[in-house]
Design a protein around this ligand. Structure first.
Ligand code: FUB
Ligand code: ZN
Length: 611
């Protein structure tokens, strides 16, 4: 097989039944939440199982036994004792609760639920009379609360709220939700209603407040999210001391943001909050800002893996096209943020370009952050290593493991969407789903061999009148589409193949997107990738590890003449290897997400290219 050479332009160039909030702005798509999607997939099911079997137990053990995170809550409840760890460690505990909640939907576990109920009792006991909850300030001096905008009080509250909503949805229990709402009400009274300025130094609360509004329809929570967004960029903060205001996206009002700068995870969570608020409140100007920012991020700040945020010191963005490989930071949380943001952009626009980026970040940037067993994690995800990187069970700053814990079991969120008269398929992941198209409940089943082969079949389990919109991945140069084995007419709209008809129970739609091995060239302005190519097949970016190229690693070079073979193997969870040969030379590649699951060794995504 010959490589197909492309030049990528850029850097490598909810409503559920319980929703009562009104959407005033017309979004193109409403996601089908993971709670209505049962994953049954050769690639993804092991990830969900490993999350339940390994990731959640690792997080619980670290939170409870190896670190003092639960003790902090116990001490806060007694209002005495020491605080241990970092000032925002509470957030990891809430993220683990969120992960458990999502996991309980696919993997019910009464004992685990009881365990979480016990944690929740401890959180409730640590809440102050006025509603404030934060173990760091409760134990180090309440007189200092709300004095330093970078101390993540609202960031922790946002994760509390997200965890509480997830736990309520999964179990019907609202004790944690009541704790979270009391904290939110207290924050509203302290700031918005008291006309006191506050710029959260790490965004997160804004998107969480929108989730609360979506859950209970109480407009004041949406207004609080809007108010917080409008606080930014107006000179109200005390954030400048350490990294400068750019780091915190606090230089101009958010509607005027046009170029990306600052801390990557903060930016992603901010953009999610902006998209959420804009979907309810007209004329915010937020979507115009997000359109520019999206072009800017994907046009000069994103790695071929969908990772973002190159700089170690700031965990943030650098100059356009400054994308070093060995030094790439690419925090796992930032890739998760890319998925969350691009998902919202697609909900707004119904344009597959956002899912193309989402898929890139998901299969490469996010999955590289987790070992195949689900028990070890990367915080930074470089695109080349001298063998000095190795996944760890935990980190002093543990935002990434706890984020992975909640992200993996919610991957069902990104597969299907609906609009008044259409069912949208965004990702091809084996699953059974119940979707609301207009007023009609539609059940579908997807079977697929992705990401290894490009054939996917969607079966209607009841009838539906309307459009089926199937995303055509950007890596597919062509595709075929059939219904019940007969070719079918379709139109192409914003990256989706649209087929309209009266669908009957048992109708089978098959989409076939052949996967070629592609040699991807970077934008010439990316100096770090000069004279090199990255290999991609389907959504997966590949890499060379020294362990597979023992004596030849330093001499690896590929060219247009390299003949590629795909070799499915059982190792590393059942990957498809790529073996490239030219004359006497052979190069062995594995998917980037699977690297460092054996001994620590050299690794490269960008490989020398012989013209
Ligand atoms: O500050 C909270 C989290 O810790 C950030 O999102 C990560 O980048 C890490 O700094
Ligand atoms: Zn992180």
């Amino acid at each position: 097989m010959k490589p197909f050479i492309i030049s990528v332009a850029a850097a490598i160039l909810c409503c559920t039944a319980s929703c009562t909030a009104e959407t005033t702005q017309q979004k193109a798509i409403t996601q089908v939440g993971f709670e209505n999607v049962k994953i049954q997939d050769a690639f993804w099911s092991p990830y969900l199982e490993n999350n339940a079997l390994h990731t959640i137990p690792v997080c619980i053990d670290q939170i409870e036994n190896q670190t003092g995170r639960i003790r902090n809550f116990e001490n806060a409840a007694k209002r005495k004792g020491q605080h241990s760890g970092i000032f925002f460690d509470d957030s990891d505990v809430y993220k683990a609760v969120e992960g458990v909640a999502y996991s309980l939907i696919n993997h019910p576990d009464a004992e685990l639920e009881k365990h979480m109920d016990e944690w929740i009792d401890k959180f409730a006991a640590a809440q102050l009379e006025d509603g404030y909850i934060n173990t760091f300030y409760t134990l180090t001096g309440l007189e200092n609360r709300w004095t330093d905008m970078d101390k993540h009080e609202m960031y922790c509250a946002g994760h509390l709220l997200e965890g509480a909503i997830a736990y309520y949805k999964a179990t019907g229990k609202d004790k944690l939700l009541q704790v979270a709402i009391r904290m939110v009400d207290y924050m509203m009274e302290t700031f918005m209603l008291a006309d006191r300025h506050w710029v959260p130094g790490h965004e997160e609360i804004e998107l969480a407040l929108c989730k609360l509004y979506a859950l209970n329809g109480e407009k004041k929570y949406l207004e609080f999210a809007h108010w917080l967004l409008e606080q930014r960029g107006r000179g109200y903060s005390n954030l400048a001391q350490s990294y400068g205001l750019k780091h915190y996206q606090d230089v101009v009002p958010v509607k005027d943001l046009r170029e990306i700068h600052g801390h990557a995870v903060r930016a992603m969570y901010l953009f999610c909050g902006m998209a959420d608020v804009a979907s309810y409140i007209p004329d915010t100007g937020y979507m115009e800002a997000l359109d520019s920012l999206w072009l800017n991020v994907t046009g000069g700040h994103m790695y071929v893996t969908g990772g973002i945020g190159v700089a170690y010191r700031t965990e943030g963005f650098s100059e356009p096209y400054d994308l070093p490989n060995y030094e790439a930071y690419c925090e796992t949380c930032a890739s998760i943020g890319m998925v969350l943001w691009n998902h919202r952009m697609n909900e707004w626009k119904g344009d597959a370009q956002y899912v193309n980026v989402l898929e890139r970040s998901l299969y490469n940037g996010v999955l590289a952050g987790i070992s195949l067993q689900g028990d070890r994690f990367f915080y930074v995800n470089p695109l080349a290593s001298h063998g000095n990187h190795h996944r760890q069970a935990w980190y002093g700053c543990a935002c990434c493991p706890s984020n992975v814990c909640r992200f993996i079991p919610s991957v069902g969120n990104y597969i299907y969407g609906t609009s008044r008269d259409a069912l949208w398929v965004n990702l091809y992941i084996g699953s059974e789903a119940t979707c609301k198209v207009g007023r009609k409940e539609v059940k579908v089943k997807m079977e697929t061999e992705m990401p290894w082969q490009g054939t996917s079949r969607l079966t209607f389990e009841n009838k539906m009148k309307g459009q089926l919109r199937l995303r055509i991945p950007d890596w597919a140069e062509n595709f075929t589409l059939s219904v019940n084995d007969e070719p079918v007419a379709y139109q192409t709209e914003r990256g989706y193949a649209v087929v309209e008809r009266r669908w009957k129970e048992g109708d089978v739609v098959e989409i076939n997107t052949p996967m070629k091995v592609k040699a991807v060239a970077a934008d010439p302005r990316v100096k770090a990738d000069e004279g090199q190519r990255a290999i991609q097949r389907g959504p997966l970016v590949y890499c060379a590890e020294q362990v597979d190229n023992t004596d030849t690693f330093q001499e690896i070079a590929i060219s247009e003449k390299t003949e590629w073979q795909t070799v499915p193997v059982e190792e590393l969870g059942g990957i498809t290897r790529l073996v490239g040969s030219e004359k006497e030379q052979t190069v062995n590649l594995i998917p980037y997400y699977a690297w460092d699951n054996r001994e620590a060794c050299e690794m490269r995504v960008w490989l020398p290219w012989r013209e």
